[in-house]
Write a new protein. Structure first.
Ligand code: HEM
Length: 142
């Protein structure tokens, strides 16, 4: 006999707090990179003198968001009882961790690079890795 699908259920309060913090931090980290990337050509054209200050101001928001992603990510792992996960979940999780590291290192290299080509390449790699980590996060949440 096949059981009927139970239908959508509300998350409990602690899950709402945990996932809201994780998703909020992802919004700031990912959304900020995409938005700033979109604004840079206009800033470079209209107000090149403010570009470095704007980038520094964004870094002051983005790195705390990245730290919050890691802290709430560890909380996620504990809350979902990852040790009992399927092997597919574990593989996707491991891949996501690699992408999180690539995203962080890519962003750091982007900030520190002095050559424009390295700066651009690192930004591209960092942003792609971040977006891929986000998609795998959605897959993990099921
Ligand atoms: C660039 C960094 C990261 C991004 C953009 C990101 C993004 C996401 C997103 C969008 C979700 C789906 C949430 C939902 O649908 O409710 C998620 C879930 C998840 N993330 Fe992350 N995440 C990041 C870092 C991490 C880290 C560092 C860890 C572990 C240390 C982690 C562990 C998890 C786990 C276990 C879930 C599933 C949670 C559940 O099923 O309740 N994430 N992530």
């Amino acid at each position: 006999m096949t059981l009927a699908h139970p239908g959508p259920q509300l998350a409990d309060a602690l899950t709402i707090v945990r996932l809201s913090l994780h998703v909020f931090a992802a919004c700031v980290w990912v959304g900020g990179q995409v938005t700033l990337g979109g604004l840079v050509p206009t800033l470079r054209r209209e107000a090149p003198q403010v570009l470095a200050g704007v980038a520094r101001a964004f870094a002051r928001l983005a790195w705390p968001a990245y730290a919050l992603l890691i802290v709430t990510g560890v909380w996620n792992v504990a809350a979902v009882h990852a040790s009992q996960a399927s092997s597919a979940w574990t593989v996707v999780f491991a891949l996501k961790m690699v992408l999180v590291v690539v995203a962080g290192v890519g962003t750091l290299v982007h900030q520190r690079a002095t050559s424009p080509s390295l700066r651009g390449a690192a930004a591209g790699v960092g942003t792609l890795a971040t977006v891929a980590a986000l998609v795998l996060g959605v897959a993990l949440a099921g």
